[in-house]
Ligand binder design. Structure first.
Ligand code: NAP
Length: 482
């Protein structure tokens, strides 16, 4: 079992655990009961200043640490995460609510960012060329960008943090992590692992706060801070971009999604249903890449709807830490209310629930797996992230119509396509306005691939061969005659 007391012992600043200046705490709630699990310190701007000082103090020696040494420390983080994976998975389940199976998957995915970036840390190369005029040589050196502020959401408490920390450290940067206040324990448990792996004091600092706006303004206002990497909602992302613009700070933004899931008549039905369950139900629908709109061609619509109903209705809903659970609770009561509101709106516009569709009473923040058919394109859920276990099905006739409707959103993170025709699959993938396409697959995330969105889903990429690390480096051009 996780050591909750150790994971809530204090802010992690300059390699030590300390209380906040405010003396106040934030409650961490178990979403399966609604009751308090523990408390973590509520940091103030004074604590944020200490974090910047710590990151600045550690920066010169960390950037001068040989890449091989940095790589070995990152590799050790990977190994320790794998060794402690059951503890970390249980902790994620406890504070986030997700099913243990999903939490185990998250730990493996999160750890992989350390392994991948341990391998990338020693492959950061520059460029050398002759200027077209022949007058000089062009040398390009890639240098760590500087101190980074990393802000992460609650839906992947481990992976969203390691997807930023591992490449930042591989690049030679020092960081301040502000995890979501709903799920701080995983971030602190990981900080203990970083310490054990040999990450020096000050290289990674972690603080929790109930006042993220003030902390962010304070940190971004310090001219030594050169990077903001944010994962969260598009609304908060827009606000942070404006805040960062005041100081001309480099931003990476991983924001919200509204993923379409297209199934053509010629698709393999069983494969499409398997993929739909993964794309919709991983994390009980609380994923930025979650399928949010199912566009099903008329000829396969009824069979797909019935197949999905059977699979969704068979899922076991319960506490995440119960090993038998398929679908855990939502993160908060507010999240359940939002899902209920979206489903009610769809029903008033003509949708029919084949299963689920009603908010249960009782303790915990649960919502049942739900399949809605004949959903109107004017429903609010066609335009908003549902972020829950609800699959709305829309009917389409032609390929052009499917692409046009799939692209009819301000978001552009992930999209899914199921078809038996390879040419159609590639043609539709090329026309869809999304940063990531899953073609005849229900899952896109892979640390070795560039993750990110277009349109209002974000700026920049995480993971991938050079993409993830490049976000934490600046190119320096040196003109020389030889
Ligand atoms: P959120 O409300 O935007 O919060 C994300 C983080 O921002 C949290 O740490 C939050 O702190 C912090 N925050 C909130 N207001 C802030 C402010 N004024 N200044 C600075 N920080 C602020 O998002 P969420 O509800 O946690 O996460 C769900 C969203 O994240 C969804 O839209 C989902 O699609 C998106 N997401 C995107 C990706 C991706 O890779 N594209 C991955 C995962 C999730 P508090 O917790 O203290 O409020």
């Amino acid at each position: 079992m996780p050591d909750i007391a150790a994971a809530s012992r204090g802010l992690y600043v300059n390699g030590s655990w300390r209380p906040s200046h405010s003396g106040r705490d934030i409650d961490v709630i178990d979403p399966s009961t609604g009751k308090r699990l523990t408390r973590v310190p509520d940091a103030t701007v004074e604590d944020a200043r200490l974090c910047v000082e710590a990151a600045a103090g550690a920066a010169p020696s960390w950037r001068a640490t040989p890449p091989r040494k940095r790589s070995e420390i990152l590799r050790r983080c990977f190994e320790l995460m794998i060794e402690r994976s059951e503890m970390l998975a249980t902790l994620i389940s406890m504070e986030n609510g997700k099913a243990l199976r999903d939490a185990r998957g998250e730990v493996a995915y999160a750890a992989e960012f350390f392994r991948w970036n341990a391998e990338e840390a020693v492959r950061i190369t520059g460029e050398y060329g002759v200027a077209p005029s022949g007058a000089n040589r062009i040398v390009v050196d890639y240098q760590p960008i500087g101190i980074c502020l990393l802000i992460t959401p609650w839906n992947f408490p481990a992976a969203m943090a390691t997807r930023k920390i591992a490449p930042a450290l591989a690049a030679g940067c020092t960081v301040i992590l502000k995890p979501a206040s709903e799920t701080p324990l995983t971030a602190y448990a990981l900080a203990a692992i970083y310490e054990e792996a040999g990450i020096p004091p000050g290289v990674v600092n972690v603080l929790t706060t109930s006042d993220p706006g003030s902390i962010t303004s304070e940190v971004l206002g310090d001219s030594r801070v050169r990077k903001l990497s944010f994962t969260g909602s598009t609304g908060v992302g827009r606000h942070l971009l404006a805040e960062a613009a005041k100081h001309v700070i480099s931003c990476s933004m991983e924001l919200g999604g509204n993923a379409p899931f297209l199934v053509f008549d010629d698709a393999n039905l069983e494969a499409a249903l398997d993929g739909a369950m993964i794309a919709k139900m991983r994390n009980a629908g609380e994923a930025c890449t979650a399928a949010n709109r199912f566009y099903i061609q008329s000829g396969i619509y009824d069979a797909f709807a019935e197949g999905l109903r059977k699979r969704m209705a068979a899922l076991k809903v319960g506490s995440g830490v119960d090993g038998q659970t398929d679908c855990g609770p939502m993160i908060t009561r507010k999240a359940v209310e939002k899902i209920g509101r979206l489903v009610d709106d769809a029903k008033t516009r003509g949708a029919r629930a084949l299963c689920g569709g009603e908010t249960p009473s009782g303790a915990g923040f649960f919502y049942p797996p739900t399949v809605l058919v004949e959903v109107s394109a004017r429903s609010e859920m066609a335009h908003e992230e549902i972020f829950g276990p609800v699959a709305p099905l829309y009917r389409f006739e032609t390929e052009d119509e499917a692409v046009e409707r799939a692209n009819d959103t301000e978001y552009g993170l992930a999209a899914y396509v199921y078809t038996g025709d390879v040419a159609r699959g590639l043609r539709v993938s090329s026309s869809l306005e999304a940063g990531m396409i899953a073609l005849n697959r229900g899952l896109v995330s892979d640390p070795a691939a560039p993750f990110g969105g277009v349109k209002q889903s974000g700026l920049g990429r995480e993971g991938g061969q050079h993409h993830g690390i490049a976000e934490f480096m600046e190119a320096k051009y040196i003109a020389t005659s030889f």
